[in-house]
Design a binder for this molecule. Structure first.
Ligand SMILES: Nc1ncnc2c1ncn2[C@@H]1O[C@H](COP(=O)(O)OP(=O)(O)O)[C@@H](O)[C@H]1O
Ligand SMILES: [Mg+2]
Length: 233
């Protein structure tokens, strides 16, 4: 479904992504784990067209998207929930969700909204509430709900559990699994390696801009190097 080959991304003189290649197959949950600063967010931003690679190729559903504008990439079904949940703080929950549907034909918006409220009953209860007054967990749900409004085939989540209490982390991971079961392929970036690898079909480990290890979620979860570096022994 997604095939990334030999991408290289710079911030000025900083070579942030070095010859990174990986793939995501239809129906998978793929985890991309690694320490702070490893290059995970930069990778997602490059896939969604916010940053550009100087080499290699990025193919999504057999289309070369390496030079495609960000809104075209969303339209094709590759949708990014950025780190830090950038929702529109002054707007209501439902207005935020409507913003997520800007690539969609009018007829599908109502049914998409219904589907989002099924996955996130909490958002349905708060549909008229100003988004800035939601809790952190609810804001994460809203960011994910907004992405769902764009009908993603592949949903890229950047650290959905960041800053959330353990009970909410658990809820967010349950929702990710429910979305996956409902047919959405997932690329999950996390510092919470334990939680991410536990639900992942496959995973990749990123260190200082390079992929250093890959395997099934279970293999990585039991790998000694991964345990030492990311799972506290
Ligand atoms: N806007 C930026 N300008 C310059 N350097 C950046 C910028 N954003 C990230 N970096 C650097 O790129 C590297 C990768 O960052 P990032 O992709 O955010 O890592 P991660 O998401 O894995 O924590 C880090 O060394 C970071 O300091
Ligand atoms: Mg990041």
């Amino acid at each position: 479904m997604l095939s990334v080959y030999n991408i290289n991304v710079w911030y000025g003189a900083i070579h942030a992504i070095k010859n990174v290649s990986f793939e995501v197959n239809d129906g998978e949950i793929v985890a991309l784990i690694g320490a702070n600063g490893a290059g995970k967010s930069t990778t997602l931003k490059t896939l969604s067209g916010l940053l550009r690679s100087r080499s290699g190729s990025i193919k999504f559903m057999d289309t070369d998207i390496m030079h495609a504008p960000a809104e075209k990439i969303v339209e094709q079904g590759l949708v990014h929930v950025p780190e830090g949940r950038r929702i529109f703080q002054q707007m209501t929950v439902e207005e935020n969700l409507d913003m997520g549907a800007y690539t969609q034909p009018k007829e599908t918006i109502a049914s998409n909204l219904e589907r989002v409220y099924e996955h996130f009953p909490r958002l349905a209860e708060r549909r008229r509430q100003i988004a800035g007054t939601l809790s952190g967990g609810e804001q994460q749900m809203l960011a994910m709900g907004r992405a769902l409004m764009a009908n993603p085939k592949l949903l890229m989540l950047d650290e959905p559990s960041m800053g959330l209490a353990p009970i909410l982390v658990e809820q967010i991971f349950e929702i990710i699994q429910a979305l996956h079961q409902a047919g959405t392929t997932i690329l999950l970036v996390e510092q919470n390696a334990q939680a991410a690898l536990s639900i992942a079909t496959r995973g990749y480990v990123m260190e200082t801009g390079t992929i250093t290890l890959s395997g099934s979620g279970q293999d990585l979860l039991h790998n000694d190097d991964v345990r030492k570096a990311y799972l506290g022994g």
